[in-house]
Design a protein around this ligand. Structure first.
Ligand code: HSE
Length: 404
């Protein structure tokens, strides 16, 4: 029998306890041993919880119990989750987590601590919800140079965009629905402003390259500036707007970013809707591989947490065989040099000025009072300079979305 402790009885913690309870016999049969939840750490009193008899408030109870070999850190937030994780690893317990903030901010340190104490730190549930993506990327694609990862990595924003654009509900209503369904972060601005996606692309990038970039060096833009007008222009281009986390090489430099992109309908990422996530990975031998599934929610995320617990129980070691190190100055590369085509909507300016400043552009139909166009490939620096020049001619930027 393997004894585990769960830290945090929130959405994911409850889902994990439910899965281990409901599928107990199946797990025992497949594993050849039982997985027993010995403690659940939560500072709240929850007398009505079916797990109230397992609740403890003091982390030391878990840390000092030699029978507990695996801890599932499902608390969310950086602190005290980081400190508890470090203490558990130092106490010789493996840790599995859904906490992308901790993995993205402290992954190198925690993996070093795990290695030093002969245990593992696993994080399948941190990215892509229930989609098995970390382990396949780390193991099954290990023979490839990963040349690109582009993913819809946040269920809440994808749900909001889908509900707004297909269901006609307001942004606020769609966000409330996502919160009620347990998709959103405690502070949903982390979803809407792209921080959650940024942490996840940071993690995927580290799995792919062995180098963990600093999250605050990854260009990050959310969906709050996207208008229905932009969506309609994208539809005219036979495309959808999707919030993507991306890691991509251009001219030998590794760029990382989170931003909305116009994705044409011949790309499978454009058809991923609702809470679903999709991750497109390109390897230099395998070509394109697509991962698809539920990116958030209690049950899907619990599935990934339990996958890690079962891997540990089966004696598997660390998922990343290449120890992570902190990325140097060059990763990610300076976003000012990233080249893309851009959809731009402006008011107060005419096509003469646009033609002079941007050169060859493709004009797009849009609402009265605005002019919309698609640029040729330009660097971020050049796009910004040109927009500054257009604003000096009286132009007012209404929207800008890069083309995938
Ligand atoms: N808030 C996150 C999302 C939860 O919506 O994808 C899963 O990481």
């Amino acid at each position: 029998m393997i004894n585990i402790a769960i830290m945090g009885l929130g959405v994911v913690g409850s889902g994990t306890a439910d899965l281990l309870t409901e599928n107990r016999q199946l797990i025992e049969r497949r594993l050849g041993q039982a997985v027993h939840i010995k403690y659940i750490l939560d500072i709240r009193d929850m007398p009505d919880s079916p797990y109230s008899n397992l609740l403890v408030k003091d982390v030391k109870v878990i840390l000092q119990d030699p029978e507990v070999s695996v801890v599932a850190e499902l608390m969310g937030g950086s602190h005290p989750a980081f400190e508890y994780t470090l203490a558990a690893l130092e106490a010789g317990k493996s840790v599995v987590t859904s906490n992308k903030e901790v993995v993205a901010n402290f992954g190198v340190r925690l993996m070093q601590a795990a290695a030093a104490h002969g245990v593992s730190y696993l994080f399948e549930a941190s990215t892509g919800g229930g989609i098995p993506v970390i382990r396949p990327l780390a193991r099954d694609l290990a023979g490839n140079v990963i040349t690109e990862i582009s993913g819809i990595l946040n269920g809440t924003t994808n749900y909001i965009l889908t509900r707004m654009w297909k269901g006609g509900v307001s942004f606020e209503e769609a966000l409330s629905e996502a919160q009620a369904l347990g998709y959103a972060e405690r502070d949903p601005s982390a979803d809407v402003e792209g921080k959650d996606t940024c942490r996840k692309i940071c993690i995927l990038g580290a799995v792919a390259t062995g180098r963990l970039a600093q999250v605050d060096r990854i260009y990050t833009e959310g969906i709050s500036a996207i208008r229905l007008t932009d969506v309609r222009v994208a539809e005219h281009m036979d495309a959808s707007i999707k919030l993507l986390g991306r890691m991509v090489y251009q001219d030998g430099s590794l760029y990382m970013m989170t931003a909305p992109f116009i994705v044409r309908h011949d790309n499978p990422l454009s058809r991923i809707d609702d809470v679903f996530n999709g991750v497109l990975v390109s390897g230099n031998y395998v070509g394109d591989v697509m991962f698809y599934g539920r990116g958030a929610g209690a049950k899907a995320t619990a599935s990934a947490v339990v996958a890690d617990i079962l891997a540990l129980a089966a004696g598997e070691g660390p998922v990343c065989r290449e120890p992570w190190r902190e990325a140097g100055e060059n990763v990610p590369a300076d976003f000012a040099n990233f080249v893309s085509r851009n959809y731009i909507a402006m008011s107060g300016v005419d096509s003469n000025a646009i033609d002079v400043i941007f050169g060859s552009v493709e004009y797009l139909p849009t609402v009265e009072g605005e002019i919309a166009f698609l640029t040729a490939p330009v660097s971020e620096r050049e796009a910004q300079d040109n927009l500054t020049r257009l604003s000096a001619c009286g132009g007012v930027l209404q929207s800008r979305v890069r083309l995938f």
